[in-house]
Design a protein around this ligand. Structure first.
Ligand code: SF4
Length: 325
């Protein structure tokens, strides 16, 4: 007999009337209709390869096995991965793959020595990604699974990942609904993302590193042990929105303290498609970033990652050329 939760998940995962994410488009992706994420019920990915630009405890020396999926249910106008995040709307270079092929890709990344499997923006594909994960695990996949998301997801969709994902890597982008509406057409972003993060922390309530500890040496990140389990919330500081950044940090620290890590990022890169907005057409200033970091220190954030100079570059955008697919 089915229990209520699995019935709910069946409805949640029915791509013939898609309500998988908070957009609740209701389109029939199985028949090729496209909703906001602009992806049908076929997996499209743009790259599956080692990635070295994540936090040191994720990338390590051997790299994180990142699989970049096409499309996105948030669709920020400043997105660095614009070529693929627009899905069928943009210059998508994705390739169609089956869940069975995706399962093989996971195992291949593990065989290449990757420290983990890093699912980049997979939320709109969960009904196809979950079977691929289950199949790969049944065939021996043993490295941690990282779920890398803009966090505009339903908490019940995240609940379906329990036992499959080891490390959650969500963004928490904005608190102010006007900013979320202007930049991502998602005025309810903060409510949705914080509910999703709450579910992630419920599943992974405490960090665990390969040396058995739950914290990192604050002075030296060169030999950070790899993270095995936990939640790292990323916040990309936006030009002109220091107060919103402070509100995000205040919420995260007040709610979770040292049970999560917070990654405070300065790498906002003005992309051509965002040039019309005067704030989005410039980089973050050093003063803005320092003000946010000083605030984090002031309120007592200890488990944090900072970025130091030189990270604002389009060279950090990988080639979405089908590598590894
Ligand atoms: S996953 Fe895509 S089609 Fe489904 S509700 Fe979200 S944006 Fe719409």
């Amino acid at each position: 007999m089915k229990v209520v939760t699995s019935l709910n998940q069946t409805k949640l995962f029915d791509l013939s009337s898609c309500t998988l994410c908070p957009r609740e488009c209701g389109v029939n992706r199985v028949e090729g209709q496209l909703g906001f994420c602009k992806e049908p019920a076929i997996l499209y990915a743009a790259r599956a390869a080692k990635l070295y630009y994540e936090e040191p405890c994720i990338s390590g020396k051997e790299g994180s096995g990142a699989v970049f999926f096409d499309g996105c249910s948030l669709g920020c106008i400043f997105c660095q991965n614009h070529d693929i995040s627009l899905g069928m709307r943009g210059k998508s270079r994705g390739r169609a793959i089956t869940p069975s092929r995706l399962s093989d890709i996971f195992l291949s990344l593990e065989a290449q020595g990757c420290n983990n499997i890093n699912l980049v923006t997979a939320g709109h594909y969960l009904p196809l990604v979950i079977p691929a994960l289950e199949s790969a695990k049944a065939r021996g996949l043993a490295i941690p699974i990282v779920y890398n998301t803009a966090a505009y997801e339903k908490a019940e969709a995240i609940r379906a990942l329990e036992g499959l994902v080891d490390i959650y890597l969500p963004d928490l982008k904005y608190k102010d609904s006007a900013i979320a509406a202007a930049y991502s057409k998602a005025p309810d972003y903060y409510e949705r993302a914080t509910a999703a993060i709450e579910e992630m922390v419920r599943q992974c309530p405490k960090p665990l590193f390969a040396d058995g500890s739950s914290s990192l040496d604050a002075e030296d990140d060169r030999d950070d042990p790899l993270m095995l389990r936990g939640v790292i919330v990323r916040h990309l500081c936006m030009p002109g929105h220091v107060e919103d950044s402070k509100a995000i940090l205040s919420y995260l620290h007040r709610t979770y303290g040292n049970r999560i890590f917070i990654s405070i990022m300065n790498q906002y890169t003005p992309m051509p498609q965002a040039q019309k907005d005067p704030l989005l057409s410039r980089t973050l200033t050093e003063e803005e970033y320092n003000e946010v970091v000083d605030y984090a220190v002031e309120i007592g954030v200890e488990n944090g990652f900072l970025q130091e100079g030189g990270t604002v570059s389009k060279s950090y955008i990988p080639d979405f050329d089908g590598t590894g697919l």
